[in-house]
Design a protein around this ligand. Structure first.
Ligand SMILES: *Cc1c(COP(=O)(O)O)cnc(C)c1O
Length: 360
């Protein structure tokens, strides 16, 4: 068996310990004589899995009691519709467009009401986070929407926008559990888990209870109402049962690592190794404003598409997978999520240094 260093933006690297545990429990989960994939989601064994997962997530993120935790399906992209359907009581919301995912969310919201783009960084290929200290927040806005970490462009909000009292909704898909967060600052925090937590197929929504109501447009499908899932503790229908089980294992792994404060420290250390090298390299350079750099997704270029392609090819041959940048940006991107060991980043930088020497 040989494992590569996987820098994929998602689905992405998972902790090896978790994969091993899951493998060991594959045929017989704790004496049930079956795998978690084969058991009823109404069984006692599964009940314990989902309840423990929720409790551990609540502990990790310090989620207050007046927030619900929902395990849903449909990807982060389905939330682009669920959020306006469920939250637009005045039929209006404000969007800050800092990348493709925020832009898609903003476009989708236009189907359900007035979605105002109140700031954007598209003028400079989304390479920065706009100043959000005094934005023209709409009086009637039901919420202000952000994508907190921009997976494709590699930027992150270091300070949350001043929403002037409006509810903040954040897509945290690619920075979920990468550092401590103050949940009380948000109305909704959500993300697809396939970036930094678990396997594709699960979306976690953390939502303040007063935002969960029956007051939604009549056409809203039952499955797209937060209330449906909140009332049934994420078991209205069959949930993505195996995926939730793996997420639960990752939560336990995170607790063993020392929780989110320890993850932040480790993530900062890892990102610094790569950014410090990018800042001194004569061949490679980072593509975003330093103050807005993501700890999770690190895009970089040589400035020469042929050299970029050569690098990606040689890196792959050396065991560094999925370094090619997003198809809309080009260049390279190293996603260094929680489960990427520090040795992976050190090895990548050593390889980049060697490549630089050989190609300058
Ligand atoms: C990957 C990603 C999405 C899309 O997720 P799906 O689960 O594929 O719908 C949305 N937002 C962000 C920030 C992402 O990184």
């Amino acid at each position: 068996m040989s494992r590569v260093y996987n820098f994929s933006a998602g689905p992405a690297v998972l902790p090896e310990e978790v994969l091993k545990e899951a493998a060991a429990e594959m045929l017989d989960y704790k004496g049930t004589g079956m795998s978690v994939m084969e058991m009823s989601h109404r069984s006692k064994a599964y009940q314990e899995i989902i309840e423990t997962a929720e409790a551990d997530l609540r502990e990790l993120m310090n989620i207050p009691d007046n927030y619900k935790v929902l395990f849903l399906q449909g990807g982060a992209s389905q939330q682009f519709a669920m959020i306006p359907m469920n939250l637009m009581k005045n039929g209006e919301a404000d969007y800050i467009v800092t990348g493709q995912w925020a832009k898609k969310a903003w476009q989708e919201a236009q189907k359900y009401g007035k979605a105002n783009k109140i700031a954007s960084s598209e003028d400079k290929t989304f390479s920065y986070i706009p100043d959000c200290s005094d934005l023209p927040i709409s009086e009637n806005a039901d919420y202000v929407y952000i994508c907190e970490n921009n997976t494709i462009y590699g930027t992150k909000y270091k300070k949350l926008p001043n929403t002037k009292g409006k509810v903040l909704v954040a897509d945290v898909s690619s920075c979920f559990l990468s550092e401590p967060v103050d949940v009380t600052k948000y109305g909704v925090i959500y993300g697809g888990v396939q970036k930094n937590i678990g396997p594709a197929g699960v979306v976690i929504v953390i939502i303040r209870e007063d935002l969960i109501t029956d007051d939604v447009p009549e056409y809203t499908p039952t499955m797209l109402k937060y209330k449906t899932h909140a009332d049934a503790a994420s078991l209205y229908n069959t949930p993505p049962a195996y995926g939730i089980y793996i997420c639960g294992k990752v939560f336990q792994w995170l607790k063993r690592q020392g929780g989110l404060a320890a993850m932040k420290e480790r993530n900062e250390k890892k990102a610094k190794i790569l950014y410090d090298y990018l800042d001194e390299s004569r061949l490679f350079k980072g593509t975003v404003e330093k103050k807005d750099r993501s700890l999770m997704n690190v895009p970089f270029v040589t400035g020469n598409p042929e050299m970029d392609a050569k690098f990606v090819k040689e890196a792959k041959a050396a065991g560094f997978e999925n370094l090619k940048g997003h198809r809309t940006v080009g260049g390279m991107r190293a996603s260094i999520y929680n489960a990427m060991p520090i040795e992976g980043v050190e090895a990548l930088v050593a390889f980049m240094k060697k490549f630089e020497e050989e190609n300058l």
